[in-house]
Design a protein around this ligand. Structure first.
Ligand code: C5P
Length: 235
């Protein structure tokens, strides 16, 4: 376990490029997120490799299936030694509860995070799948569900972190992507925030991908983020 609140998204197509970055980082500097692309290409062996190097790993596979299947998938993920994993809250309360039960009660159990409404979906997209509430209202209802059925927190934009913290308390984690340094390219992210503003606005963990992964010196960018966080008193 490290106490870093920065999670670097290892968005790579295969294991060699991911490991080339991992070798430049240390578990004290950051946690690491492995998503569907890298996991599908490189499999559980890569997860175990990175966990074995001492990193806290967020396995971002967003499970969404019947409760039994999700429960078994969560047990399998827990056996890899990951620190955090996630499910879609849209799978329903029973599915979230089954996922949470599968992780047990141990102090070192993985944390369970729920995804509410994908940030790629707008009002029109929701209507197409039969959801007539606004994306914001839908996300809030799903956050209520996630809390009620035992998730440890949700993925949300740093812009919503303060209201989520006010509604559910500090223990209910806010994992926030869309983080950019003042001089970083925003890429395809629309609602961005700097690391220190995000923590001051109530984020628990910052998910940062391209500003670190495409830097010439990723470790130097992380050191800069760490310094900015310490200087701003956000940490
Ligand atoms: O490169 P960047 O910092 O934009 O990467 C953000 C990471 O967070 C990516 O892995 C992306 O898939 C993930 N993510 C996101 N928005 C969400 C959920 C996850 O950007 N709502």
């Amino acid at each position: 376990m490290t106490d870093s609140r920065v999670i670097v998204a290892l968005d790579f197509p295969e294991s060699d490029s991911a490991l080339a970055l991992v070798e430049q980082l240390s578990p004290g500097q950051c946690k690491l997120k492995i998503g569907k692309e890298l996991f599908t290409a490189a499999g559980p062996a890569l997860v175990e490799n990175i966990v074995g190097r001492g990193f806290d790993v967020f396995l971002d596979l967003k499970f969404h299936d019947i409760p039994t299947t999700v429960s078994r998938a969560c047990s399998a993920a827990a056996k890899l030694g990951v620190w955090m994993m996630n499910v879609h809250a849209l799978g329903g309360g029973q599915m979230i509860a089954a996922a949470r039960d599968a992780l047990g009660k141990g102090a070192n159990r993985p944390l369970l995070i729920a995804v509410t409404i994908l940030t790629s979906m707008n009002e029109k997209d929701l209507k197409e799948i039969g959801i007539f509430a606004s994306p914001g209202d839908s996300a809030l209802s799903l956050a209520d569900l996630a809390k009620q059925y035992g998730a440890d927190g949700i993925v949300c934009s740093a812009h919503e972190a303060a209201s989520i913290r006010a509604r559910y308390g500090d223990e209910f984690l806010r994992v926030t992507p869309g983080i950019r340094l003042p001089d970083s390219d925003s890429d395809d992210q629309k609602r961005i925030m700097t690391p220190s503003n995000a923590l001051q606005n109530g984020a628990s963990y910052l998910v940062i991908g391209r500003p670190v992964t495409r830097a010439d010196d990723p470790a130097a960018v992380l050191r800069r983020i760490e310094t900015v966080l310490q200087e701003s008193g956000a940490k």
